[in-house]
Design a protein around this ligand. Structure first.
Ligand SMILES: C[S@@+](CC[C@H](N)C(=O)[O-])C[C@H]1O[C@@H](n2cnc3c(N)ncnc32)[C@H](O)[C@@H]1O
Length: 351
């Protein structure tokens, strides 16, 4: 059957985003080579076979994204729901931010964060400039640029990767199919600026959604982004994912996207343990993060380059960590995982 106009529009948009991400990265590297050659990261050359494999797996991700929207797992309108105007307005600031990024790289300063009056709230590992990000996760400036920077990093596929949690989330919630959707509570851990919650709300519009994150600034951005329409309100709570400020067994589903590679191993286990505590028996945990060396050895150079270009102090450990075992150690059953482009999605059930 010939593709519909909407399908062609989606594919064209994704190709455009991918190209825009590649062009931005190429240009900013060229500028860095001229203006700040001493801080250009030493990356490994990416073999042609890997470039082809990456391209194919990105196409496969977009294909799955399209098919799942077609089959009603989430609405097709979500695929086009991107704050273009906002991002266009913020894009010049991504460039203006580069000199301070280079200065921190030059000084090898990864702890350049704003003064905090509630420092005790934050674990030491958190108080860093992850990705060499200005202010770390601790300012409105950082929160305003984050979504756009992530979209560029993943060549326009960040939301498609986040949406990979939705089929498992919906399937897991089927265990509670005898209850009204409005009574289901879903917690998004390390929700950041709320883009994952935005995807979840589109797929499960009646469920009660809660997001938790350590960054007040990111939660403020999430609040602006999620709670200014006439859609159901999302609750946003500041807290450490290692011991979240919620009662035991109060959620039927917990999601967590792109957090684990930024945690030291002990914190990873603590977060899984706390997710287990918060879930009702039979509840589902859906976790998405970077692919790992074991499941995607063909992307080893890309993974290595990622940690060379960005300040990601726990990434090298994460990509060899046994998350399946960690989930089982936390008490989860029915653990399984699948990879899509650069993301791996784990699903597990509370016994
Ligand atoms: C890479 S971002 C991912 C954000 C979001 N889930 C997404 O899909 O874009 C990591 C987030 O984890 C949060 N974070 C890191 N460590 C945390 C912790 N121990 N407890 C709660 N949030 C944490 C950061 O503030 C940041 O918002």
């Amino acid at each position: 059957m010939a593709p519909s106009f909407t399908e062609i529009a989606y594919r064209t948009m994704q190709q455009g985003r991918s190209l825009a991400g590649l062009v931005h990265k190429e240009l900013s590297t060229k500028v860095m080579e001229v203006v700040a050659p001493d801080v250009v990261p030493k990356t490994r050359p990416v073999p042609n076979e890997m470039i082809n494999a990456l391209r194919q797996s990105l196409d496969a991700l977009n294909e799955k994204d399209w098919r799942d929207s077609e089959s009603g797992i989430y609405p097709q309108s979500l695929l086009f729901d991107i704050p273009w105007l906002e991002w266009a307005g913020r894009y010049p600031r991504v460039w203006l931010d580069l000199p301070s990024n280079w200065a921190r790289r030059r000084a090898r300063d990864v702890k350049d964060i704003p003064d905090l009056n509630n420092r005790d709230l934050y674990p030491e590992y958190y108080l860093q400039n992850f990705h060499h990000q200005t202010d770390g996760y601790l300012s409105d400036h950082s929160a305003e640029l984050y979504d756009l920077q992530v979209d560029i990093l993943f060549n326009g596929a960040a939301d498609a990767m986040r949406r990979r949690i939705l089929p498992s989330l919906r399937a897991g919630l089927n265990r509670f199919a005898d209850r009204p959707q409005g009574s289901l509570r879903i917690l998004d851990v390390a929700t950041g600026t709320g883009r994952t919650l935005h995807q979840i709300r589109a797929a499960l519009p009646e469920a009660t959604l809660v997001g938790v994150d350590l960054s007040e600034a990111y939660l403020r951005q999430a609040n602006r982004w999620l709670n200014q329409s006439n859609k159901p309100l999302v609750q946003l709570v500041q807290g450490n994912a290692e011991r979240m400020p919620f009662d035991d067994a109060g959620f039927q589903a917990v999601t967590c996207v792109f957090l684990f590679h930024e945690l030291p191993p002990v914190a990873r286990q603590a977060v899984l343990q706390d997710c287990y505590r918060l879930l009702e028996s039979g509840g589902v945990l859906v976790l998405a993060d970077s692919v790992q060396l074991k499941d995607s050895p063909q992307f080893d150079v890309a993974m290595d380059n990622f940690r060379r270009v960005f300040h990601e102090p726990y990434y090298r450990d994460f990509i060899i960590d046994d998350i399946d075992q960690r989930l089982k150690d936390a008490g989860f059953i029915d653990v399984h995982a699948e990879s899509h482009f650069m993301t791996r999605v784990w699903t597990a059930t509370k016994a």
